[in-house]
Write a protein of this length. Structure first.
Length: 320
């Protein structure tokens, strides 16, 4: 049996790429941002591509597949900017941007009701479980005959040089997916960095206090555009979480000729998310950064794809 997948809120395709590497046939994807759909189409040309607001879409327009992967919006689940949890009655009215954004998760239930997927994987930030409608949402999946398994997975545990914790919900009929973590050696940022040290530092920078703390000469250090951050050796530490909003990751090297500095490139960020260098992105630099920061870490999607396939009784050549 060919295992097929639909990817909702697919973004640039980190989840699709991971599933593809696990042996899944990506039949359809959907996203509301045309730039991300263009990138997905370029790398997964055989899939159906839908530019759609999934919260207002007739789910019958999509093909029925074995698996649904969905990464509903996480923006309004995080506490950034002093966002507060609304009472249930206000959340249900959907009269503000936050409640409308969080309600994108209900598209998962709508699609599962129509297509009766054998398995559903949902990805979001850990704060997703703090949503006032989380238990109601979970009950909706249970009512459709699914058993839920949940886990917080960190990209650093899957061979990536990045700390990135995300919540995953795995829904199958039997609830027997093996989620035992792989035992992989840690990978440092140095593994994905190009050799370019950057430009000489000729003026004080926001990260100059961090550069001043570097004592090992000719040793690249990670510097972060955050308050109270400290430099960390790139050959000993992973990157902090790669985000969609701006580039906060820099690289500094102190040499006998003086300090050098540059920002981490989009390609290096893509590598830290598990994208191969052959993966192409469309758009300008800021749009590409947004796509990379929003993406699912490719190795996690691949690992979950293998584990779900195994639970469905399928085996793949080269399975991890």
């Amino acid at each position: 049996m060919t295992l097929t997948a639909t990817d909702f809120y697919s973004g640039a395709g980190g989840s699709s790429e991971g599933l593809r590497l696990a042996g899944w046939d990506i039949r359809a994807c959907a996203n509301h941002w045309d730039r991300a759909v263009d990138t997905h189409r370029r790398n997964h040309p055989d899939a159906e591509h839908h530019l759609a607001n999934l919260h207002e879409t007739d789910m019958r327009r999509f093909p029925t597949t074995t698996l649904l992967w969905a990464s509903p919006s996480c923006v309004w689940h995080t506490p950034a900017g002093g966002r507060k949890k609304l009472p249930v009655d206000q959340e249900l009215r959907r009269q503000d941007a936050g409640s409308v954004d969080r309600a994108t998760a209900f598209a998962v239930i709508a699609a599962a009701e129509v297509h009766a997927y054998e398995a559903v994987i949902v990805e979001n930030v850990p704060e997703f479980t703090d949503w006032v409608l989380y238990n109601w949402w979970l009950d909706g999946m249970t009512a459709l005959g699914y058993r839920a398994q949940t886990a917080i997975l960190d990209a650093a545990d899957f061979g990536l040089p990045q700390r990135r914790k995300r919540w995953f919900g795995i829904f199958t009929r039997n609830g027997d997916v093996d989620l035992s973590l792989p035992h992989l050696p840690p990978v440092t940022a140095a593994a994905i960095l190009d050799t370019d040290p950057g430009n000489p530092v000729t003026r004080r920078l926001y990260v100059s206090p961090q550069i001043d703390q570097i004592v090992e000469p000719n040793t690249p250090h990670l510097v972060v555009y955050r308050r109270n951050a400290k430099p960390r050796r790139a050959d000993q530490h992973p990157l902090a979480t790669i985000t969609a909003g701006g580039n906060h990751h820099g690289l500094a090297t102190v040499t006998p000729e003086g300090p050098f500095h540059r920002m981490i490139t989009n390609r290096e960020c893509a590598r830290a998310q598990g994208f191969p260098d052959t993966y192409t992105f469309t758009g300008n630099r800021a749009e590409v950064k947004r796509q990379i920061g929003n993406a699912v870490a490719v190795p996690i999607a691949r690992w979950l794809g293998h584990r779900v396939a195994t639970s469905l009784g399928e085996t793949f050549a080269g399975a991890a």
